[in-house]
Design a protein around this ligand. Sequence first.
Ligand SMILES: C[S@@+](CC[C@H](N)C(=O)[O-])C[C@H]1O[C@@H](n2cnc3c(N)ncnc32)[C@H](O)[C@@H]1O
Length: 332
Amino acid sequence: MLRSQLGADGSFSLFSERFGEGFHGAIGALSEARAKFVRPAQLERFSAGRRLVVVDVGFGLGTNSAALLEAAAAGNLTLDIVGLELDPQPLRQALASDSFRRQWQPGTVAMLWNLLEHGTWCEGGGDGGRTGRGSEGSTARLLWGDARRRVGDLLERQQLAGGCDLVLLDAFSPRRCPELWSLEFLSALARLLRPDSRLLTYCCAAAVRRSLQLAGLRLASIQPPREQGATDPCLRIAPWSFGTAASPSLLPIGTEPDSPLRPLAAMEIEHLSTRAAEPYRDPGGQAGAAEILAARQRAQAASGAGSTSTWRRRWGLEGRSRDSVEPPRQPA
Ligand SMILES: C[S@@+](CC[C@H](N)C(=O)[O-])C[C@H]1O[C@@H](n2cnc3c(N)ncnc32)[C@H](O)[C@@H]1O
């Protein structure tokens, strides 16, 4: 069951009864897509005319891909988007809403309709290169099913290893959907990345960050745009981080206060040596959420890593809810 709802910015989102969580943070779907995915992608790094390969994990309503597509067009870039999604219902429900369709330019709505109905879209005619006819414009395809299996296909059958410029990782939070935050799944996503490319996620959980490091990636913290920092409800709950960027190469960290990326703070680095950083494990790639969570709890109990409560005390988080350390998407 999916419930429609509007975020603080008035943009359209959904709440999933099954996962017990909103599809987006309280700031709203559109603001979040722009601040946590589009802005830290730093599209201005790419020269006009470049084609970028983007994998959007947990495509949902398509908000992240749609926002990225519009930003890319403004920068004269084209995208080849591959969306991974289990369930067509979020996109169907969003497209049935006037307020959702009004958020986007007509071409973007056409992309979303085509993905829902045919699983593919091609902006400039042609077929996106599948028969050699190519396309002048952006292309998108949506691969339905469990993203764990689909990423295997992308790596092995479609030979996309080392071929992606951006991976947008937007699953429900690790406590609700650990399947898409396991060390094994994150390592598979890391294999998609080109040396100078980025994986971006709203998530700042220590287990996820540690797993990204174990997968060979370097980390940076995503910073909110200055005007958003003051008003973002997520930042009032968890003021210490706004998301994570990871890359096979050292990420360019700006020194200006408005830079989208900053180095991890001492507090965040220390968090990675506590028990909270115990990875979610799913060696066979098909375990259920309960099984993954139980195995992690056992591993934490047996771990010699530092205590997370000591870390919380040291950094003034004692007495604050667990959500202040690992903010969920919007809770019920
Ligand atoms: C937080 S929502 C994504 C929101 C989306 N990025 C957007 O911008 O609208 C998480 C999405 O992950 C999908 N999902 C959950 N488990 C999945 C799995 N194992 N494989 C693929 N998608 C999954 C859900 O159906 C949901 O659409």
